[in-house]
Design a protein around this ligand. Structure first.
Ligand code: NDP
Length: 296
């Protein structure tokens, strides 16, 4: 194996510790904790796990965690009125509605109802527009975590050829915007892209955010390229439990790449760490207290 393993887990722990330090300063200045409200609708087991771990991480960072669990048959009106209440609650700095939502609820309507200044997931169209326009706003946690890992490994990203596989609003598109803002030359690939292997072979940076187990193969990768694997896929391991793999065939790609994130332990832990960072930023903004973001 030749690639350096990019230790997202370790990086995320350091980031969480820095956030926790800054939370103490905030509490001293503002006289209250930063607050994150997480809303879960329904019983989806994976979503339940994510919400519990977000709640635990929020409290571990010294922030207040408010979890709202609603039944699967909750109407859109009920959910929207909860979001409006959270928008108006001065103890709540960040609001996160766990996706996916049950089919009777329009996700876009919910996202659009969250106050953009409390939208710590960065999914509101106002924040997506701010990102695309180069303005200050909340950036989705997973792609921001990926860029932090890339800059930590490579330093200046300027001029690098980057291919982002996937164009979702949550990962692919904001990832591409962030890389563009770092002056990469960015190509976004998706299910209609022709000859994806040839496209990926040109890239210095490959970000795979597809949701297809081990799709990206070693002969797609330029020797020495940096590979960020966002995918989380559970595959059959013959033990009834399954195991997690990414969108990249890790063992073989690691022989060609210069650096690669593992799954698990790569991008995944960064998502929650950046969520805490975004919540800390929101708290400072809402309280009118300045924050040196370069220090976290
Ligand atoms: P989506 O399903 O919303 O998007 C998947 C994208 O992959 C789409 O743009 C789709 O193209 C594209 N795609 C599908 N098949 C192919 C193919 N054969 N070739 C090229 N492109 C293809 O997924 P998300 O963006 O939400 O998530 C992607 C992965 O990242 C998932 O595994 C998810 O679990 C994981 N994830 C991990 C997070 C973390 O914290 N680590 C956080 C969020 C997601 P098209 O648009 O044409 O359909």
């Amino acid at each position: 194996m030749s690639a350096a393993i990019i230790d997202g887990k370790g990086f995320a722990e350091t980031l969480r510790a820095r956030v926790a330090d800054k939370v103490q300063d905030f509490v001293a200045d503002a006289g209250r904790q930063p607050g994150l409200a997480v809303v879960l609708v329904g019983e989806d087991p994976a979503s339940g796990v994510y919400v519990r771990s977000k709640g635990r991480a929020t409290e571990a960072a010294g922030m207040a965690s408010f979890t709202h669990r609603l039944p699967a048959d909750t109407s859109q009106d009920i959910l929207l009125s909860l979001v409006r209440r959270l928008n108006a609650d001065p103890m709540v700095d960040g609001i996160l509605v766990q996706l996916p939502l049950p089919q009777q609820i329009d996700e876009n309507a919910v996202i659009a109802t969250i106050d953009p200044n409390k939208d710590v997931d960065g999914f509101h169209p106002v924040n997506a527009g701010r990102l695309a326009s180069g303005l200050d706003g909340f950036v989705p946690c997973t792609p921001l975590g990926c860029v932090m890992l890339l800059k930590d490994r490579l330093g200046d990203l300027s001029g690098k050829d980057a291919v982002v596989i996937g164009r979702s609003n949550i990962v692919g598109k904001p990832m591409a915007q962030l890389l563009l803002a770092e002056s990469c030359t960015v190509t976004i690939a998706h299910s209609r892209t022709r000859d994806l292997p040839a496209l990926v072979r040109r890239a210095d940076i490959v970000v795979a955010a597809v949701g297809r187990p081990e799709m990206v193969k070693a002969d797609w990768i330029k020797p020495g390229a940096t590979v960020i694997d966002v995918g989380i896929n559970r595959v059959d391991a013959g033990d009834g439990k399954g195991r997690l793999v990414g969108d990249v065939t890790f063992d073989e790609v690691a022989r060609v790449a210069g650096g690669i994130t593992p799954v698990p332990g790569g991008v995944g832990p960064m998502t929650i760490a950046v969520l805490l960072r975004n919540t800390l930023v929101a708290a400072h903004r809402n309280a009118g207290i300045p924050l040196d973001r370069d220090a976290i």
